[in-house]
Ligand binder design. Sequence first.
Ligand SMILES: Cc1cc2nc3c(=O)[nH]c(=O)nc-3n(C[C@H](O)[C@H](O)[C@H](O)COP(=O)(O)OP(=O)(O)OC[C@H]3O[C@@H](n4cnc5c(N)ncnc54)[C@H](O)[C@@H]3O)c2cc1C
Length: 507
Amino acid sequence: MSAPRRITIVGGGFSGVSAAVQLVRHSPVPLAVTLIESRDRVGPGLAYATHDPDHRLNGPTWVHAVDPVDGEHFTRWCETHGVFEADPQAVQANGTAFVRRAVLGAYLEAMVRGHASWAATGSTIRTLQDRAVHAWEADGEVTTVTEHGQTLTADLLVLATGNAEPRLQAPLDPALAQHPGVIENPLVTARLLGIPREARVLIIGSGLTSLDVVSTLQRQGHAGGVTVVSRRGLRPRAQPLASGVVAHPVGRQNLDRLLGPAPTFLTEVKPELRTWIKTLRARIRDSVARGENWNVPFDELRDAVWQLWPTLPPAQQRRFLRSVRPWYDVHRFRSPPQTEAIHREALAAGRVVHLAARLRSLAVQAGTHRIDAVLQPSGGGAPRTEAFDVVVNCTGLDAAARTAGNPLLQALVSHGTLRADACGIGYAVDANCRVIDSEGEALSRIRLIGPPTLGTFGDPGGAMFIAAQIHRMLPDVFGTLQRPALSTAFLSSSYSAQGLAVQSNSR
Ligand SMILES: Cc1cc2nc3c(=O)[nH]c(=O)nc-3n(C[C@H](O)[C@H](O)[C@H](O)COP(=O)(O)OP(=O)(O)OC[C@H]3O[C@@H](n4cnc5c(N)ncnc54)[C@H](O)[C@@H]3O)c2cc1C
């Protein structure tokens, strides 16, 4: 048997774990995978580390499988681990289940353990709790160095560094993050649990994270009032649950749909933003007139964004990010039914109010802990000042902070291994997730997956899109790993069954 090919993966959230598991399951030759994660648990990452029972996955279990060729994998794991008995609220009338986010974290942790030793090929996954701080490629090998002085040499490096932690956005003073009443990162559940019952709370931003905060506060019997401020006053749409709208795909059905051709109603028109929006709106009107739900054509677009986005000129991509994204996001990131019910009840009881306004400033009142917020109503009128005890930052993930706080990404950018994508919200990669360096060369031995590829693929944020993205690059990765030891013939035959071609690489 040949010596195992060595793979280093940096980042042990959904992306890193899905990459490790898919590589081990589908590699025709033995792999020795090392998964480096700076947190104390490998699996939950930033997204699924919450312990709050009211923070749920925003999609059904079948979109969260670690390996997309087995779409029911996570659903089955939930069944065999008693998740649905322990949490009967998870399962909806049509059989779709929206489980707690912590459950996905536990599943991912279990997946790493379960694939630590893969008998079919002798592949292994080991984990290393450390922070990667630098990496470089030389002589067909990639070296990664960690904060605690470990040096790992591998045949391939996969960067799965995920989302940057939420930060206060301009024009707010970053120093406000030190104030005890300001919660800069709402993903730290303990901070939310510590909000006093009588506190007047301002939530900045009205996306799904704001609904999580509202859910926590309502469960704690919050009595102090909650104001949610956002520029447009938009709120996430609810996940549609009417019978027949949500299917229950089996096996690789969902993956095949994602890999299939983009819908003709979009490919047959000019690839430009304005035309797509017009066409989509018309399609939604037609669907609704036929009695279907609005999300059916929307989801056809969403699932093909990875194919459509790269055909848009960069200027239009940037225009989308500037002006269309808030509208796209409220349809794309939908609230799970349980969260929706909590939020509606709080709104109806007047415990939560939404305000369409721009937050111009926050300032701590002299001699008190109260915080004055100056709010400029979006519909016009004079700015008004309101006092709050607690301010929670839910402005979303900070795409602009691509490298800040991540020494590995900083090092890779400063050495020219990574460069920003055309939109400036992530890093440039090619169709097989090979990073494109500052000279425009695609590096076969360094791959970047998940949220940092947003600018290239348009929407690689959700678990099922990340899993599909990894699946798409596998043949090319195995092609890279075959040099010098693997046999091309073996790889080609092993993948021909799935209709995937092993491609040649530039380096
Ligand atoms: C709060 C939240 C909720 C979400 N809910 C859903 C949902 O319900 N369904 C869905 O499909 N999608 C959801 N998403 C989208 C989410 O982006 C993806 O589903 C997925 O979890 C992203 O995984 P990731 O591993 O790329 O990123 P992350 O979860 O951010 O994990 C990246 C990991 O890499 C580690 N890391 C980074 N740099 C280094 C380094 N230099 N050295 C060592 N370790 C490092 C970090 O510590 C982190 O653990 C959610 C996102 C967030 C933020």
